[in-house]
Design a protein around this ligand. Structure first.
Ligand code: SAJ
Length: 377
């Protein structure tokens, strides 16, 4: 069976590789010609444990190829980014890909949408493809893997598949069964779309609650980490970690997809609160370093141990500090940036594992102030 994975980024590349090592004949396709030429030389920017070796195995077996021309295939898996534009979903990459598939589509082909989309999108794709006038299969199987653990979670996470009809869901399931070592549930396409958005919204709302708890504890001079630890000893309480804000390309975006046709107060206030967290944290940092000018920022990625800086709250904090007269320099060992010196003070913004191994007394010996915004040191 020939599978084309459309979009070889954070999700498409690992998915193409895992399919190739599961016995499918896979082409990873991308409109970015340079990305494809680099991939053909084993060069790529996605850093995930185990990815290099699985790509290597796929290419060596002849089951994995990369192309900037979409080949005719039996199955098309769409892994395109669906970012936000002015707080609204931007589905242009996805629908451009649908147009390309439309040109090549043949009877009984299967199309799977893995990109995160607003409710109703798969049915819109169906209304376009229906113009072909023959039978094809279409399903939404949202990716739910955690950056930094993608290959592990591709295999170990339960999978949800929503078909535009039952046959589509069953056929799509038969593909994922080849590498998923967990439960695969089938449903309709719109339910699958909403499930994915609910998951990320649930996380966003709960992080907002933790961030709100942080602000309340600050008011009373209470250690929020200790308070959360004690509250979480209750069998039905599981509060998340407060932080410097919510970054990445999923959690700050997906809740907006869920409310593009529905006015949800709780989701709107969540977004507002998490977006304002860098301002809240910056104010505390500025008070703490009122006399110091040059600050070393430790950690700039959107979360610990990933090399991704998209929508990183740490970047927002750097901007605010600079606007307020501080000079900042960045040190981030995960992206290989800068050096671990102290300047007039250190602000730790990301809880990289690397920082956990640092002996704080050694930093203190330099007689400089350290502000650990994420409680890692
Ligand atoms: N964060 C906190 N406190 C926490 C947890 C996270 O402040 O307790 C912050 C992180 O520092 C980061 C942001 O939230 O800035 C997002 O990080 P994350 O680890 O919560 O999520 P992502 O964006 O890396 O991955 C999420 C995952 N979704 C869920 O856990 C429900 C992943 O499973 C999804 O596949 C992914 O979004 C996606 O692609 O949608």
């Amino acid at each position: 069976m020939k599978i084309a994975v459309i979009g070889v980024g954070y999700i498409g590349l690992p998915t193409a590789a895992i399919l190739a090592t599961s016995g499918f004949n896979v082409t990873g396709y991308d409109i970015d010609r340079k990305k494809i030429l680099r991939l053909r030389k084993f060069k790529f920017d996605v850093k995930e444990p185990g990815l290099k070796s699985i790509i290597d195995a796929g290419v060596k077996s002849g089951m994995l190829k990369f192309d900037y021309k979409l080949p005719k295939s039996d199955v098309y898996i769409l892994c395109l980014p669906t970012p936000k534009k002015n707080s609204k979903p931007d589905l242009s990459y996805l629908f451009d890909a649908v147009k390309e598939v439309y040109k090549l589509l043949e009877k009984n082909n299967l199309i799977i949408v893995e990109s995160t989309v607003p409710p109703g999108t798969t049915m819109k794709i169906k209304s376009i493809l229906d113009k072909k006038g023959f039978k094809y299969y279409l399903a939404h199987s949202p990716e739910r893997v955690l950056p930094g653990k993608i290959l592990k979670e591709l295999v170990e996470n339960h999978r949800i598949i929503g078909g535009v009809d039952l046959e589509s869901a069953i056929i799509a399931k038969s593909i994922y069964e080849k590498f998923v070592d967990a439960e695969i549930v089938i449903t309709d396409a719109t339910t699958a779309e909403i499930v994915k958005l609910m998951e990320n919204t649930y996380r966003d709302v709960n992080i907002a609650l933790a961030n709100e708890f942080l602000r309340i504890c600050d008011k009373y001079g209470v250690d929020v980490y200790k308070a959360i630890k004690f509250a979480n000893m209750h069998p039905r309480v599981n509060i998340l970690n407060p932080g410097i804000g919510v970054g990445g390309h999923c959690i700050p975006v997906d809740p907006l997809f869920l409310i593009c046709n529905y006015d949800s107060k709780i989701i709107k206030i969540t977004r507002k609160l998490n977006d304002s967290q860098p301002n809240y944290v910056s104010k505390i940092i500025l008070d703490f370093f009122s006399d110091e000018k040059k600050l070393k920022i430790w950690g700039i990625t959107y979360k610990p141990d990933v090399d991704d800086t998209r929508e990183s709250p740490a970047l927002k904090i750097c901007e605010i500090l600079e606007k307020n007269g501080k000079k900042v320099e960045i040190y981030d060992p995960v992206i290989g940036m800068g050096t671990p010196d102290v300047l007039d003070g250190v602000v730790v913004l990301v809880g990289h594992s690397y920082f956990k191994d640092i002996d704080p007394t050694k930093l203190k010996a330099k007689n400089k102030k350290i502000f650990d915004a994420v409680n890692v040191i």
